[in-house]
Design a protein around this ligand. Structure first.
Ligand code: CMP
Length: 147
């Protein structure tokens, strides 16, 4: 059964351009519930750990520099089939390939400054949510399961 939550980041470029409110509006109007949220600035060591699967790739150092360049919003979102539905809503990693109406089409500046991150699997949604939030910082609408 598909999981009921995913993890997202509103990245520094979108925060700096005052897109937090408009992005949250798109998220809410597409049926996602905000179950945890905070505005933080990543330290370099944290960013390197979070993006360790990309270590060694050509864009890794620039990615770390960008993701630590200013505040970000980290969020856990709940909805049936959350991971897949949110990936559809954010669109292609490259905004020039993203469909009309997707968050990246609306708010991304480039592949690197692509407005938002979204977990690519239920397992990564769990790992990424646990990376930023303790149990006492989460407020589930699906109270029958372990969140
Ligand atoms: P995201 O999928 O959220 O997490 C990894 C990020 O690396 C990705 O978003 C992009 O911002 C960035 N990224 C992926 N591919 C490239 C690329 N070819 N050039 C620059 N940045 C990239």
């Amino acid at each position: 059964m598909a999981g009921t939550y995913t993890f997202t980041i509103i990245k520094p470029g979108a925060v700096a351009n005052e897109h937090i409110g408009p992005i949250l509006n798109v998220i809410n109007t597409h049926g996602f519930h905000i179950s945890a949220m905070k505005l933080i600035r990543l330290r370099t060591a944290q960013a390197r750990k979070f993006y360790e699967v990309h270590m060694g790739k050509s864009f890794y150092d620039a990615l770390i520099e960008f993701m630590t360049s200013g505040p970000i919003v980290v969020i856990i979102l709940e909805k049936e089939n959350a991971v897949e539905d949110y990936r559809k809503l954010i669109g292609n990693t490259d905004p020039t390939k993203a469909e009309e109406g997707t968050i990246r089409k609306l708010f991304a500046q480039s592949v690197q400054k692509n407005a938002v991150h979204g977990s690519d699997s239920d397992e990564n949604a769990r790992i990424e949510s646990d990376f930023f939030f303790s149990k006492s910082e989460r407020f589930s609408i699906f109270d029958e399961r372990d969140f």
